[in-house]
Each structure stands twice: as structure tokens, then as C-alpha cells.
Design a protein around this ligand. Structure first.
Ligand code: ZN
Length: 435
């Protein structure tokens, strides 16, 4: 049991524009009481101190913001050595960099080392849950689940299944991919905090037969999630058209194989036509906005307002290693710019809601993570809005919480993360002020 004291902020629902003070709960001098890895209570320090049993340690972060840990719903753990690869758009980038690095994950020692690095880096950036693509090797998923389970960190992951249009080292021998995925589901889905996501890399790298088997697998396990890529790049879309000539659209391919639904996370969703948007809305699938990746690989601009107005569920993610930062703060900053280029706005309240509560809701995990509320896991991030000289200087003119949040997302990164708690345990060794 421990108590964490500071400025507590958590979202209650999606903000309806800037200045929506009803969308969040903010406690200037607040306290989060943690017991057995979960939040026991949260409220004003003056109220909770009186109820605390004697001798409970209080970790005090004066002037810092305590928020739910960030959630990254689209990231590739075998791409920690692909990030920052020069000069290519999607299909060339996959062949030249990604497929080369991912083949190294056939080696369990390489997978284990990268899994530890990946989880360390997430924690340094305040991210407490991620939905991760593994490589095509079942051992890569095994390594990530093992490492996450040992940390009691809630991860969702799946091995990226493919049986064509890739190097032989990444193509599962006929008949093994689905059996491997099923075996991983039985071993890991629901073990501790781990969950599985059925993971076709994208339509190009699976035959009709394999996509149908993956759809059947998703139907077989009603709480397993699904992650894949959709409509990221124009050459990708043209290739899908050639490979699936009878389907009216890229999205329709996934629909035909039963891969859309409320548990389905579709990365990118940039170049969609009207019928595809309707399919996403009607199936309650989630469009995952990956701004740093979309800019870096030169894929295009995600139409946030257009999809939201159409009633499509939206999440926000890094997509490392196409994405260029593990930081959800950097990701929100780039989301803001992508929207500005289209004459749209992303209020800071909406950005922080996305990184926490809304991303949890996109995963169907809003009761467990993404909020500071009793019963939820004590996955928390402690943010310092004065972490750098430029931030501290800018903070001198900040007038309210929303402006402070905007400074944090525009100028902040891993340096703004003072501490990350995973199931109530500090994940960073950096100093904690104790009261
Ligand atoms: Zn991706």
C-alpha cells in the first residue's frame, strides 16, 4: 500500500471542444491511494490523509500532474532498431528495413533483449499499456508476454501473421500460423494482465485462406482483439486492389473475412472512401491515428474530424518504428499539426483524453485502465510541465490547466515524465520526493 500526492487529473468523458470543464476531474492537492496494485481511493489530500492507516508511505510530487498512464494502441516491438530509417515510403520501407530487422526475432535471445528494452522505453515515456505487433515468430510474442508479465504490465500483443509477399524467414510454413496463434492465445490471453490480438500484418501479406482462418480465430475467442493496417499508402491500396479484385474496397476485404468489429484496431485509415468509413462505423471498428508515422513515411493526413463526424471510433498511437517517437506527448503534438494542415483543431483536453481514457475505451478496457478511479489498476504517470528550460520559461505565462496541458503536449517528451507507476509500483529509478 502507498499513497501518491500531487495534482490529480483524470478524464470522465470525451471533451466537447476546448474549455469543457465537465469532461475531467482535477484536484489541485490530490492523492491516489494504491492497494494491491489497484487504486483504492482518489480525492483531496485533506480528506484522504485522515483515513490513511499509520505508516503508509506518501510519495509527494508538489506542482506535478498525476494522470492515468498513457496507452499506445499501435506499436511494433520488433522495430526498436527500425525507427529512424531513411528515405522510403511504406512498401519499400517494409522490404528495405522492417523485414530485415524482424527476421532477427527468430532468435529468442534477441527477442528477449528487445522486449526488455521496449518495456523500459515505454515506461520512460509514461506509457503503461501498449497494443504491440510482434514479429512473425511465435517466440517473439512469447518473449514480450513473459517480460510484461514479470513486470505486471498490461500488454496486448500478437505475432504478425503473413504467408506471402515477404521474405521466407517471415512467412509461416503452411498450416502453422493459425495453430501458433491459437497456442499463444491459450497460453497468454487472460494470464495476469496479458491479452492477445489476432494480427494479420495487412491484407497484402496474407492469402484469402489465411485471412479467413484469422477471422475464424477471432470468432472462436470472443474477448481476443484484432490489429492490422488499413489504407495507409496509395501504392499499398493499389496492390490490395490487384490482389483482391472482387472486393469493392480495401476495408471490404477485412469485412469479408470477419476481421472488423468492436475489438478491431485498424492502423492509419488515411485514404478511405465513403463506403469504407460506413463499414468502420457500422462494425464499431477503431481507426487508429498514427501521426508521427504518417508524416515520417509520407503516407498522408488522417481526417480526424471527418471520421469523428461520421461516427467512427478513433484512437491515437505512436506506430514506432514507422513512428518517430515512443512519447505519446510527441504523438499528440504531431496529431495537432496534422489536423492544423486540414483546418482542424485538437484541443489539449481532447488530446490527453485520447492518450488515457479514450484509448482505454477503444480497447474495451476502460474499467481497468485509463482513469484514476477506485478499482482500476494503479497505472499512473507523473508529469512535470517545467521539465525543460523552454517549458519552465513558457509556463511563466500560462493561465490555466488547459493551456498548461497544451504546453506539455507541444514541448514535452520523455523528459517531462518524472515517474511511471505500473500496478502501483514505480517503474523508473529516478528520485521520488517523500513527504
Ligand atoms: Zn504499424
Amino acid at each position: 500500500m502507498r499513497a501518491i500526492r500531487g495534482r490529480v487529473l483524470t478524464f470522465l468523458r470525451a471533451p466537447r471542444g476546448a474549455g469543457d470543464a465537465q469532461s475531467y476531474r482535477y484536484i489541485e492537492d490530490g492523492m491516489v491511494v494504491v492497494k494491491g496494485g489497484r487504486i483504492e481511493a482518489a480525492g483531496p489530500t485533506a480528506e484522504l490523509t485522515a483515513q490513511l492507516p499509520a505508516g503508509i508511505p506518501v510519495e509527494h510530487f508538489p506542482d506535478l500532474l498525476i494522470m492515468p498512464g498513457f496507452i499506445d494502441p499501435h506499436i511494433h516491438y520488433p522495430q526498436t532498431q527500425v525507427i529512424a530509417s531513411y528515405g522510403a515510403q511504406l512498401l519499400e520501407w517494409l522490404e528495405k528495413y522492417t523485414f530485415v530487422e524482424e527476421q532477427k526475432f527468430a532468435d529468442p535471445a534477441h527477442a528477449a533483449r528487445n522486449a526488455e528494452f521496449f518495456l523500459d522505453e515505454l515506461a520512460r515515456n509514461g506509457t503503461t499499456t501498449a497494443v504491440a505487433y510482434c514479429s512473425a515468430h511465435p517466440g517473439s510474442a512469447e518473449a514480450l508476454f513473459t517480460a510484461a508479465h514479470n513486470r505486471n504490465a498490461g500488454m496486448i500483443a500478437g505475432n504478425a501473421v503473413m504467408n506471402r509477399h515477404g521474405p521466407p524467414g517471415l512467412l509461416a510454413p503452411a498450416g502453422t500460423a493459425i495453430a501458433d496463434s491459437r497456442d499463444l492465445i491459450r497460453r497468454w490471453h487472460g494470464k495476469g494482465r496479458q491479452r492477445y490480438a489476432v494480427t494479420p500484418r495487412f491484407a497484402i501479406t496474407s492469402t484469402d485462406e489465411q485471412l479467413a482462418e484469422l477471422g475464424a480465430l477471432l470468432a472462436e475467442f470472443p474477448t481476443v482483439l484484432m490489429q492490422t493496417h488499413l489504407a495507409e499508402n496509395l501504392n499499398e491500396i493499389a496492390t490490395v486492389k490487384k490482389l483482391f479484385p472482387s472486393d469493392p474496397s480495401y476495408t471490404a476485404v477485412y469485412a469479408r473475412f470477419g476481421l472488423l468489429g468492436p475489438r478491431s484496431l485498424l492502423g492509419h485509415c488515411i485514404h478511405l472512401v465513403r463506403d469504407e468509413i460506413a463499414l468502420l462505423r457500422d462494425t464499431r471498428s477503431v481507426a487508429v491515428f498514427c501521426p508521427t508515422s504518417n508524416l515520417f513515411i509520407g503516407s498522408g493526413l488522417f481526417d480526424y474530424d471527418g471520421l469523428a463526424a461520421a461516427g467512427v471510433r478513433i484512437a491515437l498511437a505512436t506506430d514506432v518504428g514507422g513512428g518517430t517517437s515512443y512519447s505519446m506527448l510527441r504523438t499528440a503534438a504531431e496529431a495537432y499539426k496534422v489536423m492544423q494542415l486540414q483546418g482542424q483543431n485538437l484541443p489539449a483536453l481532447a488530446a490527453f483524453d485520447l492518450m488515457t481514457r479514450a484509448n482505454a475505451e477503444a480497447l474495451g478496457l476502460e474499467k481497468e485502465i485509463g482513469a484514476i478511479s477506485p478499482g482500476a489498476f494503479a497505472d499512473l504517470v507523473v508529469l512535470d510541465p517545467r521539465a525543460t528550460p523552454a517549458m519552465a520559461h513558457r509556463m511563466e505565462t500560462v493561465r490555466d490547466l488547459e493551456e498548461e496541458l497544451f504546453v506539455l503536449m507541444t514541448l514535452g517528451d520523455d523528459r517531462a515524465v518524472r515517474q511511471t507507476y505500473i500496478a502501483g509500483e514505480p517503474a523508473l529509478r529516478s528520485a521520488i520526493a517523500s513527504a
